[in-house]
Every structure is written in structure tokens, then in C-alpha cells.
Design a protein around this ligand. Sequence first.
Ligand code: PTJ
Length: 248
Amino acid sequence: MTRIPKNHPRYKSLMTREKISLAMKKGLVHETGLIAHGRGEAFDYLIGEKTQPFAEMAEKIAAALLLYAKNPVISLNGNVVALSAKECISLSNAVPAKLEVNLFHRTNERVKKIIDNLKSIGAKEVYGFNANAYIPGLNHDRGLCEKDSIYSADTVLVPLEDGDRCQALRNMGKIVITIDLNPLSRTSKTANVTIVDNVIRAIPTIEKWIKVLKRNDKSELNSLIDTWDNEKMLKEVLCFISRRLQDL
Ligand code: PTJ
């Protein structure tokens, strides 16, 4: 890794870039994952590189949905594992939810590498390698998934997702929660709950809310979930960004 001086004003951001770059060299992240990361960075700048109230609320609703679900699954890709592997494992234990590796640029080799990496840092069971089902409507390998995991899930958390798969999962009747720094993406517009925040901050915040909401019964969770209006929140994000730009 390139040595980044700790007093560099962009230390955190540069270290994150190093993480993604290293994960690509290890074969965990696809090369286009670097481009996706750059796009995410640009949007993170626009929201001030911190968890804004609209994201905090979405993270709370996400926690309620994961607790309410009968069969929740967290879908993992190369970028998510590079940036938040330990945090995703911890969240999956807290809910509890299954973990499945589900890639856009799928190769068995990369799925295996990612699963091995997750297991080496504490994940017990990770689905995705023995893909034996297909998300209907996707004529591409990204539709491959496991019957006992994403295919039969009622609620799926899919950070950094692509719009088509998000729509296909919704067409299957699933509740889709996404984490996407771009409030204009098709994924953001298609998901039931869009968390406009960096996956690095979002996953631990969802877990924080899991711990708070775990004491609530299903009807209390349901009342909370009912208050959510994703379209309204996305408009709020755009207003927030334009106000912020005018104020600068
Ligand atoms: O590992 P694979 O093969 O499954 O591929 C993963 C990527 C991310 C390469 C693939 O899914 C892809 O191409 O994604 P997109 O269509 O570029 O979408 C990624 C979205 O995530 C974009 O809208 C980015 O703004 C957003 N994003 C990037 N980094 C982050 C992020 N959102 C939250 N946190 C981030 N760190």
C-alpha cells in the first residue's frame, strides 16, 4: 500500500482508495469497481461526507425491516466486501440475516475468493457459490443466486446495486433496501428504502438501530415502517444538495 501521511487532509478518503485498490489487486474487486467507487466519492462530497438526517432515518427503517423480515439476506459484492466486510458480518449476526455473495461481473473464481476472505475474518456461512436459482428477468449471470438465500428471501439488503437487479428483485415481491450515494440512480429510485450514505458509515449505523429496535414487537416495527416514503426522502436529498451548493 502507498504510505499516506496521517496528517494529510484527505487521509481517510485516500486510505479508503488504497483499500479498494488493494482489494482489486487481490482479485476481490472488479476493475470497474474502482470507477463505481469514484462516482460514489463525488456524491459523498456533495452530502458532506457524513451521515445526514435523511440517511440516519433510512438506516433506522432498514433496521426495522430487517428485524421484521422472516428471511432477511445481505447481498455482498466486491466493493462492499473491500470496504465493509467485518461490519457486514457483524450486522448479519446482530439481525440475524444470511450473507450471500452476488456479483454483477460474476466469475466462480471471484465468488470463491470473496467467500474465503469473509470466512477468514469470521463469517460462518456464506451463500453464493452453489448458485442453483435464477432471478427472473435478468438474462445475465448477475441473476444467479441460491435458492435457500436470496431467491427465497423476503427482504434483501443490496448495497451498491445495479438498477435492473433491484427491479427484478422487487418484481419477485421482495422488499429491497439499498445503500447508494447517488440519489439519482435507477437503483435509488427502484428500492423500497434507499440509504444515501457511504456503505462504510451505513452498515454500522443500521447495526446501531438493530440494537435499539430489537426490543420492539412486530406491530411497533410495522408502525415505524409505515411512516416511510422513499420518493419524498429522495427529493429531500436533492434539496439538501442544492441548498448546500448554494451556501458554499
Ligand atoms: O463486484 P461486482 O462484480 O458485483 O461489481 C460491483 C460494482 C459496484 C462494480 C457494480 O455493481 C457496478 O458497476 O455498480 P454501479 O452501477 O456503478 O453502481 C454503484 C453505485 O454505488 C453508484 O451509484 C455509486 O455512486 C454508488 N457507490 C459507490 N461507492 C459507494 C457507493 N454507495 C455507497 N457507498 C459507497 N462506498
